[in-house]
Ligand binder design. Sequence first.
Ligand SMILES: C[S@@+](CC[C@H](N)C(=O)[O-])C[C@H]1O[C@@H](n2cnc3c(N)ncnc32)[C@H](O)[C@@H]1O
Length: 372
Amino acid sequence: MRFSDTIPIPSREAQTHSAQLVERIREAIIANHGQISFRQFMHMALYEPQLGYYVAGLNKFGASGDFVTAPEISALFSQCLAQQCAQILSDLGGGSILELGAGSGRMATDLLLHLQNQQQLPEHYYILELSPDLRARQQALLKAQLPNFFEHIHWLDHLPETPLQGVIVANEVLDAMPVELFSLVDGERVTRYVQWQHEQFCFDAAPSNYTSEYNPALSAWMASLAESLAVGAILLIDYGYEAADYYHPDRNQGTLICHYQHRVHDNPLIYPGLQDITASVDFSAVAKAGLEAGLTLAGYTNQAAFLASCGLEALFMQALNNAPEQQYALAQQVRTLCLPSEMGERFKVMGFTKAFTSSLDGFRLSDRRHCL
Ligand SMILES: C[S@@+](CC[C@H](N)C(=O)[O-])C[C@H]1O[C@@H](n2cnc3c(N)ncnc32)[C@H](O)[C@@H]1O
């Protein structure tokens, strides 16, 4: 990952917005005797009501935002995922889909349009969305694109109380969950804290040259997903590594990065509320948490192999037939999704099942569960 040398200066309006959040975080630090854990800082920076990055109404996704996710790059991504969902729903004899953290609503739209074309629409499509602003955007897009199915799309404030038959999907949700930062001191993990000094946020001093992070909410989150699923599968897509790679001594600065207007840098303490803060996913920990929650680990591979297993080539040829003038653009999209130097290797797909015995098509060509 190449970090940017310069980060754009936010507009006056954006600075005013951020200043309000700075004040709120500063108050939390004062109330907590001078410091808060990095996890609390990250939680407030991303999810503080009205002000946090994912909660406030800033445009985050796509060319005019801060970063681009796979569904924003190409409809082919969501079509491949739709193929996997169709296999599961067909084997189950019907069911619903629940998407967590649906962003702009692009993935839901392209996934449902594909299932509609295949006459394999789910009974319901649920979206659990924490951000009121994103929820409104998703509703506008889905209403315009799928008017006949719109009444079957439901927005949730929390996971469903009645366990679902079908598929739970989450693209780039795990990486947006607040992490605890730690330094290794004499082999022990020492939690890192954020303080307010000289009119800015700073880290507490840590006498260590190894810093990394972990997601303390992971086990509880996986357990709640497992409880929300009666029968079917869970598909988690994100960038990350297996534990041995994640916590390798050479990766001594962890994986935490920030996105601001398509610049990538490593200072999470600036621009609270304006920039994305994210950590890669430890997929060994996700697998362990899923197994402890009673799920079956059904497959693990990289994004390129998953998309190929779901029929990317045929979908690409079909898209080309429908729009030959798009040949260059479509080929470019496939490269971005699949090349190892782009998203193909760094992004992984992990599948869990519950009371479901069929193999998942997406892991047909490659399954790296043995690496976890
Ligand atoms: C990087 S965005 C990805 C959005 C979208 N899935 C995409 O691929 O474009 C992360 C999303 O995860 C959501 N999120 C974070 N924690 C969540 C949780 N515990 N449950 C549901 N959504 C969550 C955020 O609100 C945000 O919408």
